[in-house]
Write a protein that binds this ligand. Structure first.
Ligand code: SP5
Ligand code: ZN
Length: 357
């Protein structure tokens, strides 16, 4: 399997985040990526490739298919503006968020906010510190994912039903059109989906999100099947991901969530639920590509999550995904138990490969 990787994804390295009110070391650390890279490197099944320096020329235009121009400008400029304004040099971490009950509609000029207010306008939680290097890392991740999507689309003409892996961070599935949160700044799977739909003549893509957390960012962006897990309402992001959420506007009916109670989420229950999601994708007609938000924070010892999955579950997950028979782009999302992170990611990908051969 081709693995796309770029070392610039490592440069986003905030020292801390706030978790349950405590200042703790940042869990979504560059170490995660290095561990997965090292594990995959030891197997002859994976071939590492780097994005080309000059492709795509207009990288930002692909990002702007998903995110607003104001938001992308914000990510680019907020660190410097925040520091000039007297903010901590370590990272931007907002203190006041635009709660939907806080502001009367249209009573505030949002175009001219102070850096600290702007930070809270474009962010929804305290797990998203922005450093001097965050924008560079997020853009590098987008480039790696786009390169992997291009390779998958090119290869598929020659070798059908294969998988490609974009080994990236920061992750993306919590990022919305103009909102960062949950360690996510740019929505990598959404950027890949838009690329396939708008630039590769692809008619339909499905996004399957197997991360522990609900992919609130990916859910309503398209008129395409989106299937995600969410231990709602027991855990982050708390306010999204219920089974009743079915998408909005032209996307209505295309969104499917599968909430699982933490204490119930064993290997068998998880795989049974994944089969249901796979059946929905199977019945969706002409899906040309599958994009998988690959999080392994479902593992039983993950430090911030509550599911009960054992290491034996991950090859099974790969097999179920392979049973869909689609060219599949895997994109790295969450997973914070460092001792097993590399093995669990490798297991999903190898389970997939062995099932398609
Ligand atoms: C990409 C990804 O996996 N992002 C997750 C970000 C989660 N950040 C907040 C975590 C809050 C955890 N609360 C634990 C409550 C005890 N179950
Ligand atoms: Zn997660």
């Amino acid at each position: 399997m081709k693995v796309y990787y770029g070392p610039e994804c490592l440069c986003h390295d905030p020292p801390h985040e706030i978790l349950s009110g405590r200042l703790v070391p940042y869990l979504e650390s560059p170490r995660r990526l290095e561990l997965v890279k090292n594990t995959l490197s030891r197997s002859s099944s994976f071939v590492f490739l780097s994005p080309e320096q000059d492709w795509p020329h207009n990288l930002l235009s692909y990002v702007l298919a998903v995110h607003t121009e104001e938001y992308v400008d914000h990510l680019k400029t907020i660190y410097d503006d925040w520091v000039v304004d007297g903010g901590d040099k370590v990272a931007v971490l907002p203190e006041t968020f635009l709660h939907h009950r806080l502001r009367a509609p249209n009573s505030l000029d949002l175009s001219n906010l102070s850096p600290i207010a702007r930070a809270g306008l474009y962010c929804f939680d305290l797990s998203c510190p922005i450093t001097n290097d965050t924008f560079q890392a997020a853009i590098a991740a987008a480039q790696v994912v786009l390169t992997a999507a291009r390779a998958l689309a090119d290869d598929h003409l020659a070798i059908p039903d294969r998988g490609t892996f974009a080994l990236v961070r920061p992750p993306g599935h919590h990022a919305q059109d103009a909102l960062c949160g949950g360690y996510c700044f740019l929505n990598n799977v959404a950027i890949a989906a838009k690329y396939l739909l708008q630039h590769r003549g692809c008619g339909s893509v499905a996004i399957l999100d197997i991360d522990y957390h609900h992919g609130n960012g990916s859910r309503w962006m398209f008129r395409l099947p989106f299937c995600g897990y969410e231990p709602t309402p027991d855990d982050y992001p708390y306010f999204t991901g219920s089974a009743g959420e079915r998408g909005a506007g032209p996307g209505f009916g295309f969104n499917h969530n599968f909430p699982l109670a933490q204490k119930d989420a064993t290997d068998d229950v998880y795989c049974g639920t994944l089969q249901q999601a796979a059946d929905i994708i199977r019945q969706s007609g002409e899906i040309e590509y599958l994009i998988v938000s690959l999080g392994v924070d479902t593992y039983q010892e993950d430090p911030i999550c509550g599911f009960l999955l054992t290491q034996r579950c991950y090859p099974r997950i790969g097999e179920i995904i392979a049973s869909l028979g689609k060219p599949t782009l895997f994109v790295m999302e969450g997973g914070y138990h460092l001792e097993t992170l590399g093995d669990n990611v490798a297991s999903v990908l190898l389970g997939f490969e062995q099932a398609v051969v």
